[in-house]
Design a protein around this ligand. Structure first.
Ligand code: ATP
Length: 379
């Protein structure tokens, strides 16, 4: 069967956001240095170091139980580290014998469930965070509450409602407004979108990201959702078993993960046996360039499924084994045709993505082309 060619532009890197270049320590708002934490006999954090620039958003992403919330609680001051230090706006807030209590740190905290006071109106929930010395009169406080509601894209009239008269997404935005009322320099967000359904989650996430960017607040989001981390943040920190496996720009950590586990955690990955010589890996998909290889010889080569495109003039052949339809795209599992003379039963299988379900019926032979570079991990 012949298939119509798919245009194959090289993947382009998204426009850089506001992570400043140069000395990473120079503009740091928060510096976490070699922090450890145990609960009883269980060590939860094993020497975590992370630097966060002023005004940017960092997502700490990792599986359940990897220590994300514990790290956030140490930054907030709800817990003390066993060793290491935390410096916030050039002040040591935890380290050695020094421990600045949570209420003395200029930090806002938004929990998973928003944790609004159910018996107070939305307006009084938000006003709770206001500095009484700054907003002495009732009129001044009400004006500021209206301004904060506007910042989170809610009408001022919402101030009179009770929290249970709002949707989950609106409650989360009120929780953010209440945290912003304290004018924190640093905002900590602990899975604030996880209780929302898919559509509301995306809309609320965008509204929150916009509000934080406009207010110039440094923010740290904890999430176990890889897509959320990659889309929300300027910097992604991948946490695994109490350590940071990789920290960097979302595009870089997704396309150039530091190890196989990070690669597979951050998204679907095609992993193939390969032989790496110099910067060319030879595998069942042919010769694939590898950027800055750190090993040679037998390797595992990683490609993202979207790097493998269906193209009539593609140099690689494969037979469709099965497909899975998701609406905007299908996943296609293929058995790659081994080179002539090799054992025909042992072609490697890979899974790719495509938008056209009718193109890839089981049994169809497709031609493939690989776009971009692979990443090699020691076999
Ligand atoms: N106060 C505590 N006392 C004892 N163990 C704790 C305490 N807080 C956290 N832990 C343990 O520390 C480990 C890490 O928990 P943490 O909540 O930081 O992980 P997480 O990555 O945020 O997970 P999740 O995504 O499920 O919230 C878990 O094994 C947890 O049971």
């Amino acid at each position: 069967m012949t298939v119509s060619p798919t245009p194959v532009p090289a993947p382009s890197r998204p426009a850089a956001r506001s992570v400043p270049a140069g000395d990473p320590a120079s503009n740091s708002h928060l510096v976490i240095d070699n922090v450890t934490k145990s609960f009883g006999d269980v060590q939860v954090l094993h020497g975590v170091s992370l630097s966060v620039h002023r005004g940017i958003t960092t997502a700490i992403v990792g599986p359940s139980g990897s220590g994300k919330t514990t790290l956030l609680r140490l930054i907030a001051g709800f817990e003390a580290p066993d060793s290491g230090s935390i410096v916030l706006a050039d002040e040591v807030v935890a380290g050695g014998t020094r421990l600045v209590p949570a209420h003395r740190r200029n930090v806002g905290y938004v929990a998973q469930d928003g944790a609004l006071f159910p018996h107070l109106s939305v307006g009084r929930n938000i006003a709770f965070g206001l500095d009484r010395k700054k907003f002495r009169s009732r009129a001044a406080a009400e004006a500021r509450v209206a301004e904060l509601l506007q910042m989170v894209s809610l009408e001022p009239a919402y101030a009179r409602r009770r929290p249970d008269e709002l949707s989950g997404g609106q409650q989360q935005r009120v929780a953010l407004a209440r945290a912003l009322a304290r004018e924190p320099e640093l905002m900590l967000l602990d899975e604030p979108f996880s209780a929302l359904d898919a559509g509301l989650r995306v809309a609320t996430r965008k509204a929150v990201a916009r509000t934080l960017a406009e207010a110039g607040v440094t923010a740290i989001l904890v999430t176990h959702d890889q897509g959320e981390a990659l889309s929300f943040a300027d910097q992604v920190a991948v946490m695994r078993r109490g350590e940071l496996a990789q920290v960097g720009n979302p595009f870089v950590v997704y396309t150039r993960p530091s190890d196989r586990e990070t690669a597979e955690f951050l998204g679907d990955a095609v992993i193939l046996e390969a032989d790496l010589k110099g910067s060319l890996a030879t595998c069942a998909l042919g010769g694939i360039p590898v950027r800055r290889p750190t090993c040679q010889g037998k390797v595992h080569l990683m490609l993202r499924p979207e790097q493998i495109r269906i193209a009539t003039d593609g140099p690689i052949a494969g037979t469709v084994l099965e497909t899975d339809f998701f609406g905007p795209e299908i996943t296609v599992r293929l058995r790659l045709h081994p080179p002539a003379g090799a054992d025909q039963l042992h072609g490697e299988t890979i899974t790719i993505r495509h938008w056209n379900a009718s193109l890839a019926q089981p049994g169809t032979e497709l031609r493939l082309r690989v776009i971009g570079e692979g990443v090699a991990f020691p076999a």
